[in-house]
Ligand binder design. Structure first.
Ligand code: GLN
Length: 205
């Protein structure tokens, strides 16, 4: 498949940047606000924003269960920052009523890097990419624990949070703590596009 159709969950958050990044790596990118739009996608990006708000809006827009079904059915998904939280099976420091879509066998800690370092940038080595990614972290979560089928793709390379897990993959699901859609480096999107294209082709053979 040369041009997989990849949606960006467009309830809240930095949707436009993801649509642009996906377009530039040769995906047919569309904003997803309705179940029918979700149904038409080969893969989905869940952007950064605010995970509790996004979960509530997904309920309001009747997307919560369709999203869970597609994810459980093997649709590739890339969650960034709040999107990582939404894909996580378990959340630490969430709100009392925080819901996630789940799918990734990880425990994430929300706003993990603390108040002093609310937002920061740093280079992270990323499995599958030959040079580090410049990671932009904005009130980011980190991955506190991973299940046996989860591959760690990136860890913080230095500073107080050195070694913390900031990117993972489990089958068709990927997630990053940072914002790969900001800054013009589209290599993470290309990896995801390739993953979607591969799965979409398999599904049709
Ligand atoms: N702290 C936010 C949350 O809990 C995530 C921040 C982001 O996506 N930039 O949802």
């Amino acid at each position: 498949m040369t041009r997989p159709r990849i949606g960006v969950l467009a309830l809240q958050g930095d949707v436009r940047e993801h649509l642009a990044a996906l377009g530039s790596v040769g995906a047919d990118a569309l904003a997803v606000r309705r179940p029918a739009e979700l149904e038409s996608c080969d893969g989905l990006v869940i952007p950064g924003g605010e995970s509790t708000t996004m979960a509530k809006l997904a309920r309001t827009f009747d997307l919560f269960e369709p999203l869970q079904k597609r994810i459980a059915g093997g649709m590739p998904a890339l969650g960034t920052c709040a999107g990582m939280i939404l894909l996580a099976d378990r959340v630490e420091d969430g709100t009392a009523d925080q819901e996630t879509l789940g799918g990734l066998d990880i425990t994430v800690r929300r706003n993990a890097f603390g108040r002093q370092v609310d937002s920061f940038e740093g280079n992270v080595d990323f499995t599958g990419l030959d040079t580090p990614v410049h990671g932009i972290f904005i009130r980011a979560p980190w991955v506190e624990a991973t299940g046996p089928d989860v591959e760690v793709l990136a860890r913080v390379g230095g500073g107080e949070a050195v070694g913390r897990i900031v990117a993972v993959r489990q089958g068709p699901l990927m997630a990053t703590s940072f914002h790969p859609e900001v800054g013009g480096d589209v290599r993470v999107h290309r990896l995801f596009r390739d993953l979607v294209a591969e799965r979409a082709t398999e599904g049709k053979s």
